[in-house]
Design a protein around this ligand. Structure first.
Ligand SMILES: [Zn+2]
Length: 351
């Protein structure tokens, strides 16, 4: 394993950002390669601690000569967001200098060719970080971008071109659900990892062995030693299932038995009023159409001071807010409906 330091120059003299990069060299030239990064949204740490738990497993595999494909690991991909504290609160989702989400505005290349990328010396510091992350990841057969939601199940976003070929990965990781998407108008890192292959010839695209996914490792507070160890096992099983690491002791993953649904089935449930949220449901709950999901207390103590929110269709609760104050129009939760949402959104679901 080789460790190197990536440096991103800041926007004024005396400021620069650094993050470590770890490379394991594979011994099998035909084996798939893998790139793992965590905490692009810099405060989302379940993936960071999962990688921390995975690294000794990779080191052991390397010592035993079982790493077949090259593996690149970036445990904390966003040193800019990592350093952003605003009035005492960490703010790792948006770059404070540009108000741009750290997981939007990635370059969506027409082909998987790093020569098409913008110059890494151009643009604002967050743009340069994004260009560098695409440069580092492009060309790997497997690209895993580890995030988390507010409160939620473990789930994956997967482009329709990779499904059901990636069902073994979902099963290996042990996630609860897979959300399928088809268009990226916002430039997510996952979009930057898969869209360049959409018009590539089959021998380049290799969609049967390609993996690109945004992994949502539950909620922002699910930073926990036992979960990290379990998630590291899941990542390891994926790497073995796809031939990046050899491990004859592991059985092949079984069928994926979790929820699989297109993004258009998700009900985001905007709050009708601003106030305090009393949830009736939590992630994993199965609900029927008409079930009460939450009550918003908008005028405490007053007649008609509460507004109830009901499920528009049958489905399963995927996520909910981790805070309990809500603005009018802000989304209360994600309900994966059994059919298309009347409020279906295209592209990314949230800012
Ligand atoms: Zn995120």
């Amino acid at each position: 394993m080789q460790k190197s330091i990536e440096r991103i120059a800041g926007e004024s003299e005396g400021i620069s950002y650094e993050f470590p990069l770890f490379r394991f060299a594979g011994t099998g030239k035909a084996a798939p390669s893998a790139y793992l990064q965590a905490a692009l949204h810099a405060g989302e740490l379940p993936g960071v601690v999962a990688i921390d738990a995975l690294m000794p497993m990779l080191a052991k595999a390397e010592a035993e000569g079982r790493i077949k494909g090259d593996i690149t690991v970036v445990p904390w991909a966003n040193p800019i967001g990592r350093a952003q504290y605003h009035f005492g609160e960490h703010q790792g989702r948006f770059h404070l200098g540009t108000r741009t989400n750290f997981n939007r505005d990635f370059p969506l290349l027409a082909a998987p060719d790093a020569a098409l990328l913008p110059d890494t010396g151009l643009g604002s510091v967050d743009q340069r970080l994004k260009t560098r992350l695409v440069q580092l990841s492009l060309g790997h057969d497997i690209v895993l971008d580890l995030h988390c939601d507010d409160e939620g199940l473990a789930y994956l976003y997967v482009h329709t071109s990779l499904w059901p070929a990636m069902a073994d990965c979902a099963a290996a990781m042990g996630v609860d659900a897979v959300m399928l998407w088809s268009e990226d108008t916002d430039g997510t890192f996952e979009g930057a990892s898969i869209m360049p292959y959409q018009n590539a010839p089959d021998e380049v695209a290799k969609l049967d062995r390609r993996v690109a996914t945004t992994v949502e490792y539950r909620g922002i507070l699910d930073v926990d030693g036992a979960l990290a160890a379990a998630d590291a096992e899941g990542l390891y099983r994926l790497l073995v299932a796809r031939g990046v690491i050899a491990d004859t002791a592991l059985p092949a993953p079984g069928p994926f038995t979790g929820v699989v649904a297109p993004l258009e089935n998700i009900e985001m449930m905007p709050a009708p009023r601003a106030g305090a949220v009393l949830y009736d449901v939590k992630p994993g709950d199965r609900v029927a159409k008409g079930a009460r999901l939450a009550t918003v207390v908008h005028a405490p103590g007053e007649t008609d001071g509460r507004t109830e929110v009901f499920a528009p269709q049958d489905g399963i609760i995927l996520t909910r807010r981790s805070r309990r104050i809500i603005r009018a129009g802000e989304d209360l939760l994600k309900l994966v409906g059994d059919s298309k949402s009347a409020d279906a959104r295209s592209g990314t679901l949230e800012d």
